[in-house]
Design a protein around this ligand. Structure first.
Ligand SMILES: NC(=O)C1=CN([C@@H]2O[C@H](COP(=O)(O)OP(=O)(O)OC[C@H]3O[C@@H](n4cnc5c(N)ncnc54)[C@H](O)[C@@H]3O)[C@@H](O)[C@H]2O)C=CC1
Ligand SMILES: O=C(O)CCC(=O)C(=O)O
Length: 446
C-alpha cells in the first residue's frame, strides 16, 4: 500500500482503538486500492476513503430483559449505519457473546462493498448484540427481541435501514423483531426487515441464498480452470444457515461433502453428509454437531474441540465465523491439494491465510463476493414487498444465480482491468469501492 493509503489507514486505527477486526477489514480493502488511487486522483481530493471509513451513524443502546427465573438481564445493542450512498442501510443482526463495536464495524464496512457488488440499490450497515441465544428458551429470546426492537424501531424503516439475520438471528428472531416493530409503529411495513417467514412477506430462497450463492460463485471460479463441483471432496466449516445450504447445493452439483463443524468440534462422514439429518439436528432441535455422529453411528467420526481444516479437501468453504482459518490451516490445505476456497462466512480467513492461498494459485473467493447471495436475495425480498408480490422458488433462484454469475464476472473483469488477473480479492474490493465512491462524488459532501 502506498504512503497516502497507509496514512489514512493509520488515522483510522488511531480513531478506532482496540477494534482489531475493523482494522483488519479496512486494511484488506486498502491493500487493493493503490491502482485505483493512481487512476482516480479525484477520490483523494474528495477524501472519499476517509469518509467511507467513518460510519454515517453508530447507535449503541441498553437492552434490558427478564429471564424465565424473573431475573433482570442487561445486554448491549448496536446498529452501525455505515453508508447510504447506494440505498437504505442493509445488513444483518448478529446475536453472539463475542459481539462488540469492532465486530459490528468490520461487518458493516464489508457490507458496503458487498452490497455494491450485488448491483442492487442497497447501502451498508450491520447490527447486533452480545446476547447469547444458546440455551435460552423461546420465551426468553422473544422478550430479548422485543426489548431490542423497542429501541431499534426508531432508527430503521423500509427507506432508511433494513436489518436481517446473521449469526444467532434466524427466522424465529426475525419473527419476534417484526412483531414488535409492527406493534410499536402500528404499520405493516413488510420491507423493514428481511428473512421473514414465507406466509408473512418473506421470500422463497432467502433462507438458502447465502449458502447456495457461495456454491454458485465457486462453481464459476472452478469453470475458469475447466473444473466443476462434480466429484470434488468438500469440507465446510460451521453447521448453521450458510453451512447447511452450501452443503446442500454442493451435493446437488455432484460434490461429496465430508466434514462440517460447530464451536464444539467437527464431524467427518466419508459417505457424504446427510444434510436432512444435519438440518433436523441444527435447525429444528438446536442441537450439537456431536448429535449427528451419535445418530449416524460408527461410520462417522466426531473430533471434540478439533479444527475442521485438518480434514483434506479439494474445495474448502469456511462458513462459520471470522478468522477461523489461519495460516497453519491454509498451509495444510495447500499441501493437501486444495483447488478452491470460497468464504461463505464474513472474513473467515486471516490475512495471512488469504495471502498463502493467493500465492499458491488457489482459486480464492472473498466473502464480499462469495457470500453476497444472501443480501442480494434480501433485496429481492424488498422488491417483492414493495410490489406486494411473491415469486416462485424457480424464478427467485434464477435471479440469484444470475446475480452470482454477474458478481463473479465483475470481480474477474475488474481484476483484469487493474492488471491483477485471477485476483478476486482485488476485483471485489475495487469494483465494490468504485461504485460507492462514484455515488458519493455525485451526491456532494455527505
Ligand atoms: N445468514 C446469512 O444470510 C449470511 C451470513 N453470513 C456469514 O456467515 C457466517 C455464518 O452465519 P450463519 O450461518 O447465518 O449463522 P448461524 O448462527 O446460522 O451459524 C453459525 C455457525 O457457525 C458456528 N460457529 C460459530 N462460532 C464458531 C467457532 N468459533 N468455531 C466453529 N464454528 C463456529 C456455529 O456453531 C454455527 O454452526 C457468519 O460469518 C455470517 O456473518 C454472510 C452472509 C449472509
Ligand atoms: O440479508 C441481509 O440483509 C444480511 C446479510 C448479511 O448480514 C451479510 O451479508 O453478511
Amino acid at each position: 500500500m502506498d504512503q497516502h493509503l497507509a496514512s489514512i489507514r493509520d488515522e483510522v486505527f488511531r480513531r478506532n482503538p482496540g477494534e482489531a477486526e475493523f482494522h483488519q477489514a479496512v486494511t484488506e480493502v486498502f491493500e487493493s486500492l493503490e491502482a485505483v488511487s493512481r487512476k482516480r486522483p479525484e477520490y483523494a481530493e474528495a477524501a472519499i476513503l476517509q469518509r467511507m471509513c467513518e460510519p454515517e451513524r453508530q447507535i449503541i443502546f441498553r437492552v434490558p430483559w427478564m429471564d424465565d427465573a424473573g431475573r433482570v438481564q442487561i445486554n448491549r445493542g448496536f446498529r452501525v449505519e455505515f453508508n447510504s450512498a447506494l440505498g437504505p442501510y442493509k445488513g444483518g443482526l448478529r446475536f453472539h457473546p463475542s459481539v462488540y463495536l469492532g465486530i459490528i464495524k468490520f461487518l458493516g464496512f464489508e457490507q458496503i462493498f458487498k452490497n455494491s457488488l450485488t448491483g442492487m440499490p442497497i447501502g451498508g450497515g450491520k447490527g447486533g448484540s452480545d446476547f447469547d441465544p444458546r440455551g435460552k428458551s423461546d420465551a426468553e429470546v422473544m422478550r430479548f427481541c422485543q426489548s431490542f426492537m423497542t429501541e431499534l424501531y426508531r432508527h430503521i424503516g423500509e427507506y432508511t435501514d433494513v436489518p436481517a439475520g446473521d449469526i444467532g438471528v434466524g427466522g424465529r428472531e426475525i419473527g419476534y423483531l417484526f412483531g414488535q416493530y409492527k406493534r410499536i409503529t402500528n404499520r405493516y411495513e413488510s420491507g423493514v426487515l428481511t428473512g421473514k417467514g414465507m406466509g408473512w412477506g418473506g421470500s422463497l430462497v432467502r433462507p438458502e441464498a447465502t449458502g447456495y450463492g457461495a456454491v454458485l460463485f465457486t462453481q464459476e471460479m472452478l469453470k475458469t480452470r475447466g473444473a466443476s463441483f462434480d466429484g470434488q471432496r468438500v469440507v465446510v466449516s460451521g453447521s448453521g444457515n450458510v453451512a447447511i445450504n452450501a452443503i446442500h447445493k454442493a451435493q446437488t452439483f455432484g460434490a461429496r461433502v465430508v466434514a462440517a463443524s460447530d464451536s464444539t468440534g467437527y464431524i467427518v462422514d466419508e459417505a457424504g453428509i446427510d444434510v436432512d439429518l444435519l438440518r433436523q439436528i441444527k435447525e429444528v432441535e438446536r442441537g450439537r454437531i456431536s448429535d449427528y455422529a451419535e445418530r449416524r453411528g460408527s461410520k462417522v467420526s466426531y473430533v471434540a474441540g478439533g479444527n475442521v481444516w485438518d480434514v483434506d479437501a479439494t474445495v474448502a468453504l469456511p462458513c462459520a465465523t471470522q478468522n477461523e482459518l489461519d495460516d497453519v490451516a491454509a498451509k495444510r490445505l495447500i499441501e493437501a491439494g486444495v483447488l478452491a476456497v470460497a468464504e461463505g462466512a464474513n472474513m473467515p480467513c486471516t490475512t495471512e491465510a488469504t495471502a498463502l492461498f493467493q500465492e499458491a494459485g488457489v482459486l480464492f473467493g472473498p466473502g464480499k463476493a462469495a457470500n453476497a447471495g444472501g443480501v442480494a436475495t434480501s433485496a429481492l425480498e424488498m422488491q417483492q414487498n414493495a410490489s406486494r408480490d411473491s415469486w416462485s422458488f424457480e424464478h427467485t433462484e434464477r435471479r440469484l444465480s444470475e446475480i452470482m454469475v454477474g458478481i463473479h464476472d465483475r470481480c474477474a473483469a475488474t481484476a483484469d482491468e487493474y492488471g491483477m488477473p485471477g485476483n478476486y480479492v482485488a476485483g471485489a474490493n475495487i469494483a465494490g469501492f468504485v461504485k460507492v465512491a462514484d455515488a458519493m462524488m455525485a451526491q456532494g459532501l455527505i
